[in-house]
Design a protein around this ligand. Sequence first.
Ligand code: AMP
Length: 397
Amino acid sequence: MDVLNKKSVEDIDVAGKRVLVRCDFNVKMENGVITSDKRIVASLPTIEYLINHNARVILCSHLGRPKGEFNPEFSLAPVAVRLSELLGREVKMAKDVVGESAKELAANLKDGEVMLLENVRFHKEETKNDPEFSKALASLAEIYVNDAFGSAHRAHSSTTGVADYLPAVCGFLIQKEIAFIGGALANPKRPLVAILGGAKVSDKIGVITNLLDKVDTLIVGGGMAYTFMKSLGYSIGTSICEDDRVEDAKKMMEDAKAKGVKFLIPVDNKVGKEYKPDTEAMVVDSDNLPDGWMGLDIGPKTQALFCDAVKDAGTVIWNGPMGVSEWDNFASGTIAVAKAVAESGAISIIGGGDSAAAVQKLGFADKMSHISTGGGASLEFLEGKDLPGIVALNDKD
Ligand code: AMP
């Protein structure tokens, strides 16, 4: 799949056309009140572009897991209210997804007007990518735009199936994900450095395997590093470890050597007595980790080693914290690396989920080139998998 060759909203004439836009409005809500409108704000560039180009805009999204039936708790109505405040214009809310209300509102939309369908997951057919449901969704519109990167790894009706029946292009959010993540994998500015952290090796084996063919340097920190250290024969005390992945870890380091990839793991660690924020702590070298202690952050020598590797990078891909960065006592490694990435001048790409949250919380968000809007989707993209929501889009001529 040549992901870099997909059509976007800018490659298609939308004036006067009914355009179905799959957004990611899966916002955080408590008792019907939106607690973070970040995802709605992120969707604005595509929606505003369509309004300004006189399209008739039909938005759709999922919200939570309503299990295939109508449930007011998962209604997108609060999103329509917030979106209309942000756009400064009315957003008409349909009472259903492909029923009479949706059809009537869609048929009567005028140029530049906006409506929102109800939660696509009110139909069990959505997650089954049912062709009849996809066809019903498609019949509301003349063009399909996918801008929900966070759901692009799912082959559902509204993310994939609908593209069988309509010209299909991406919005600006997906376009940016493709340009940065796809660009870094296909044609990176070198040296390409990948930094992987977080709790589990098993979550990232696919990513490491794919990246070993592409990167110049691979850095492993965080909890997952202890499985690698164990594979080298180090004692790791009570550090988090996946015993069934020790052989995989060993093999990955051997592969890196064979491929000429520099592979860095922590040389020292900040260890704690117990898994709690205010536990007694000290710094020890990796070959001297005492029994009864657990590694909860990288140590100062490792910070220097990792930051040095990042300094001259052309591109950095980062996914996963270097320690338990939620706790101030064990956040220094993640902060140091975030700072080094921000100051490196490299194209910096931060995976979604925990790493994106850490970078945001630590105040480095606006210094990164790209923070992915999809956790699972960005991991699958980095694993080299085809994302169905992107594959389904039309190629440029
Ligand atoms: P992930 O979801 O795989 O990116 O992992 C993120 C989680 O990894 C965060 O909640 C961190 O607290 C956790 N983590 C990072 N380093 C360690 C460590 N050394 N020991 C235990 N958990 C860790």
